[in-house]
Design a protein around this ligand. Structure first.
Ligand code: SAH
Length: 365
């Protein structure tokens, strides 16, 4: 067995004194522990990191999202100023590409106030470097709650999958929350909370009832979505959520750990592997609608990018490229829009939350 990570030692202390914690609390500690959390200590993105995201695949992704934002802004009545917020901006690549593309609508570019919601000090430094050349003032936040009040446009790419997820398991005597505890030898193990979750089954989406014994259901706090929706309804604007997950809610244990581009056991190297779980788009849409916002989609990332003109953009870039660059552009286009497990086009989905007064009928304004 490999050496325990520093966070594993810390978790043993916590679990030995406080008893088992929920999978959500475990995930939150692994990702965001102030000293040993995965996102606190490293830059996990790119070829040398643990995973590659759409904006790191190609500049076309951020550019097209920038044009989407300009379209939303026009539909909002061109407010000045407008907050352009990004949740979990990684290396700042998406925002840099979006701001460059936004130059073709100078009044939009001039109206923008950029606000980044990011918990990782390492990634905040990286974002600052990436965005230095863009010439816009940037403010950072730990949480959406401190964003300035006012009209806003929001990007969130691969943000919600990193938010802590709860798991419940159906047994013969009802639903129990899944916990992380210690076995006799002090190893981290999964366990069920002995107290059943009251009335859990009745709260499940109707198409999942009655649930079979053994079913696993995952859910997240609605806090971020509710706060975004409240702001969209009050001040105007729209949010673009891009992630992987299920469009109708579904059963399944989707918690996964990725370390150095390979899957690992989520309990194996706490703090040193990226932990994510599928996003439940139907749950996000329902929470947004409860707060008065409109939800559109989800559509696949491939469809969304094609409708925003990614093929034309790729052709333009290729026109002034070397043969090797042309090949790279084609490969990126396939990766972003193609089907199958090795591409993002069908795996990733796009959900838009909007102020109902915008009267959006589609994910593209
Ligand atoms: N959007 C980027 C990065 C995705 S990785 C891209 O597509 O490349 C997830 C991002 O969310 C990282 O920047 C991470 O530090 C940030 N993050 C994770 N949990 C967070 C939280 N609870 N609050 C704010 N940021 C968070």
């Amino acid at each position: 067995m490999s050496e325990p990570t520093p966070l594993a030692r810390e978790l043993r202390r916590i679990l030995a004194t406080e008893g088992p914690i929920s999978v959500a609390d475990y995930m939150a500690l692994c990702l965001a522990h102030p000293v040993h959390g995965y996102y606190r200590t490293r830059d996990p993105l790119g070829a040398a990191g643990d995973f590659v995201t759409a904006p790191e695949v190609s500049q076309m992704f951020g550019e097209l999202l920038g044009l989407w934002a300009a379209g939303v802004w026009q539909r909002m009545g061109a407010p000045h100023p407008v907050v352009l917020a990004e949740l979990g901006p990684g290396r700042g690549t998406l925002m840099a590409d979006a701001l460059r593309a936004a130059r073709i609508v100078p009044a939009f570019r001039a109206a923008l106030a950029v606000h980044l919601v990011e918990i990782s000090p390492a990634l905040r430094r990286r974002q600052q470097e990436t965005l230095a050349a863009s010439g816009v003032a940037i403010a950072w936040h730990d949480d959406v709650a401190t964003l300035p009040e006012g009209p806003l446009i929001v990007f969130a790419n691969e943000f919600f999958d990193a938010l802590p997820v709860h798991q419940a398991v159906k047994t013969a005597d009802g639903w129990h929350e899944r916990m992380v505890g210690l076995d006799e030898s002090g190893r981290l193990v999964r366990a069920l909370d002995p107290a059943p979750l009251p009335r859990f089954e009745a709260l499940l989406p109707a198409h999942l009832r009655p649930a079979p014994v053994g079913a696993v259901f995952e859910w997240r706090s609605d806090a971020v979505v509710t706060e975004l929706a409240r702001r969209l309804v009050r001040f105007g604007g729209a949010a673009l959520i891009v992630d992987y997950g299920h469009a109708p809610s579904a059963f399944g244990d989707t918690l996964q750990a990725v370390r150095g581009h390979a899957y690992a056991d989520p309990l194996e190297a706490p703090g040193e592997a990226d932990l994510t779980a599928h996003v439940d788009f139907a749950a996000i849409a329902a929470a947004a609608e409860r707060a008065g916002a409109q939800a559109l989609g989800p559509v696949t990332q491939g469809e969304f990018l094609r409708r925003l003109g990614i093929e034309l953009r790729a052709a333009r870039l290729k026109a002034s490229a070397t043969p090797a660059q042309r090949e790279a552009i084609d490969a990126a286009l396939l990766r972003l829009t193609g089907g199958g497990r090795e591409n993002m086009g069908e795996l990733f989905k796009v959900l838009v939350l909007g102020d109902p007064r915008l009267g959006l009928t589609d994910v593209i304004p």
